[in-house]
Structures are given as structure tokens and as C-alpha cells.
Design a protein around this ligand. Structure first.
Ligand code: GLY
Length: 347
């Protein structure tokens, strides 16, 4: 088992290991005395692990209720948040009680947001069950839901009090959900650690150590810029175009795979503009190909620019892109919205 501490305004510990779901109550009891808690999960994850985690907590003396919603992006809205809050009220959770997010990124984001507003904020614990949520959304405290104006536009910063990542849960992931996480893992390699990129690209890596290293990189960045005013934007490498790709595909292309393609497109554009060392885009393309991730882009530069205009990172008439300089180093690069189409076309 590996352990690291995230030193944000409210510091917390992340545990990574095979079989940690067997000792959830033991880990939680270090922080929270037996009392009430709500487990929030989706129907797929609940069917796999829900009763086991609930029984473990009940055996340790916790009074547990659950809220289970339909798996998928369509549930990531205020209606689900209100239903979670109602469940908390019905079960009379108080400010000393807590919530547990058991699932992937959608579960984590919704639970974190509901926890941030219930009684003006209660503690919550992340138990990520996908590779993507383990290395990205479960750490860093970004919580929120979608609305008709766009993805994740309603939310709050609310750090979990603990993250418990059982790497065994990845074995039940469908291959495309696993590779969505691989794309985010490759992202950490491009922004901070060329050796990490090569290890993941080789397809032979130690999952615990890799998850640890990805979270370590994320923690380092988040600790310097918890509320996303500058350096944290580095974590959005590949994301500006990914948001467009997801929307243009009617969300047929998952977030992780869109990040993979977004990284490839922006790297190609940066190489042709001599902003990036040659060869980065080829390495990304080869890794996507080896993992059987679609890397052909069907959308025009004009179409890709469209969703970027709604991006939360847009400030006035400019947008900050994350650009690779070489493998292992990315930087922020501000351009005018009017220049974005030409920039992408350069690739
Ligand atoms: N997923 C990007 C961030 O947490 O800032």
C-alpha cells in the first residue's frame, strides 16, 4: 500500500493499494467516530461493491444510508444533487456526519458538490473505482455538476478528508473506460515526467506506483494553486480541445479519449509553430495507437473552436492554452480567441 498527503488548505491523505475496499471502515475510523454517513454511488458500481462497503461500515458501528443514481453523464445535474440533499435530510445527517463517494468521476464530483452545500458543508471521502477518477478527479477538490450551459459549470472547491483507492477495482472496468484513464495518466507524463510517459506507453507498468506518481504530480500542482488561478491550468493539457471533441461527438467520445486526441492535436500544432520539440506528437500518437484509442480527428478547426468559446478558462477575448515544450514540460500560453482557429489549423 502506498500513501501520500495532499497539503491543501485542508490537508488529507490518499491511500493506494490492492484490496483497500476490505478495510474502508478501519481507515475511516481513524478520522470519523461511528455516526451517520451516506454512501453515494451509481447503479453499476453499487451492484459491484456497494453492499460490501456498507456492511463493513455497519459492522464497525456506523449508521449508513445510501443514494444510488443511474450511471452516466445524464445524472450529473442539480436534480441528482437535490435528491442527495433530500436523502441526507430524511436520514437526519448532521454537520459532524459525512458522505462517501463510491464510484468514478461523476459520482465523486456530484457527491463532493452535495457535501459542499449540505448544512454549508460536511466532510466527504472519495473512494474512486476508475483509473481516471483515481488519478484525477478524486484529488484536488474540484466538485460540480453540468447544466444546460455546459459541463461542470455549477460547482465548488471542496477537498475530501480522505481518498481510498483500491486498485483492484480497475479489474472490473470495461477496456474503453480503463483506456480513458490511461489518457489522463499519459497527460501527467507530458506535463511533468517523461519517464512516466514512457512507462505507461510501454503498457508494462506497476499500477500502484503509476497511480501514486500521477497523484503526486497533481498534488504538487494543486498545492501551489488550489483555487485554479494559474499553474493548476497545466492539468488541463489537452482539455481545451477535448471539451469541443466531447460536445461535437454528442459525448460518444468519452472525456478521457477526448483528452488523448486533444493532447495529440495541440502537440502537432505546437510542433508546427516551433513551440514544441519535434517528436512529442508522434510519441502521443503511438501510445494512443498501442492502446487502441481512436486518434483520428473528424472535426474541423472551426468546429473545434466552438466549444472553446464557452470554456471556463476563457478570460475576455483571450484563452490560455497548455502547450508542451518538450516531453515532461508544459507551459501556459495565452492567445486571442480570434487566433485559436489558425493555431489549431497549423497542426
Ligand atoms: N482536473 C483538473 C483539475 O483538477 O484542476
Amino acid at each position: 500500500m502506498l500513501s501520500l498527503n495532499v497539503k491543501t488548505s485542508k490537508p488529507y491523505n490518499v491511500l493506494i493499494g490492492a484490496g483497500l475496499l476490505d478495510s474502508v471502515a478501519k481507515e475511516i475510523s481513524i478520522l470519523k467516530k461511528p455516526g451517520k454517513c451516506i454512501i453515494v454511488s451509481d447503479d453499476i458500481v453499487w451492484a459491484l461493491y456497494g453492499e460490501k462497503v456498507k456492511a463493513d461500515l455497519e459492522n464497525a458501528g456506523y449508521n449508513v444510508c445510501e443514494f444510488v443514481f443511474a450511471n452516466g453523464e445524464n445524472s450529473k445535474n442539480m436534480e441528482t444533487v437535490l435528491s442527495i440533499l433530500e436523502c441526507c435530510f430524511e436520514n437526519q445527517l448532521t454537520r459532524s456526519d459525512f458522505a462517501i463517494a463510491l464510484g468514478g468521476g461523476i459520482v465523486g464530483d456530484i457527491t463532493g458538490f452535495a457535501s459542499s452545500i449540505y448544512l454549508r458543508g460536511i466532510d466527504f471521502i472519495q473512494i474512486p473505482t476508475t483509473l481516471l477518477s483515481a488519478i484525477d478527479s478524486s484529488v484536488g477538490g474540484k466538485t460540480g455538476v453540468n447544466c444546460s450551459y455546459g459541463k461542470n459549470l455549477i460547482g465548488a472547491f471542496h477537498q475530501p478528508i480522505k481518498v481510498i483507492c483500491d486498485t483492484n477495482t480497475f479489474s472490473t472496468l470495461p477496456y474503453d473506460i480503463y483506456t480513458a484513464g490511461i489518457c489522463e495518466a499519459l497527460k501527467y507524463g507530458v506535463i511533468r515526467d517523461a519517464a512516466l510517459f514512457d512507462e505507461i506507453a510501454s503498457m508494462e507498468f506497476d499500477i500502484e506506483k503509476t497511480v501514486y506518481r500521477c497523484i503526486e504530480i497533481k498534488a504538487e500542482i494543486v498545492e501551489k494553486d488550489e483555487f485554479d488561478h494559474g499553474e493548476r491550468q497545466l492539468l488541463n493539457f489537452g482539455h481545451t480541445l477535448a471539451h469541443s471533441i466531447e460536445a461535437l461527438s454528442d459525448f460518444e467520445i468519452s472525456h478521457g479519449h477526448a483528452v488523448g486526441l486533444g493532447m495529440l492535436l495541440i502537440s502537432k500544432a505546437c510542433e508546427s509553430k516551433n513551440l514544441c520539440a519535434k517528436g512529442v506528437s508522434d510519441k502521443i500518437k503511438k501510445a494512443l495507437e498501442d492502446y487502441n484509442i481512436e486518434y483520428n480527428n473528424k472535426f474541423s478547426a472551426k468546429e473545434l473552436c466552438f466549444a472553446a468559446l464557452n470554456d471556463k478558462k476563457r478570460k475576455g477575448d483571450s484563452i490560455t492554452l497548455v502547450i508542451p515544450e518538450y516531453m515532461g514540460k508544459c507551459s501556459l500560453y495565452k492567445i486571442k480567441i480570434s487566433e485559436l482557429e489558425e493555431f489549431i489549423t497549423a497542426g
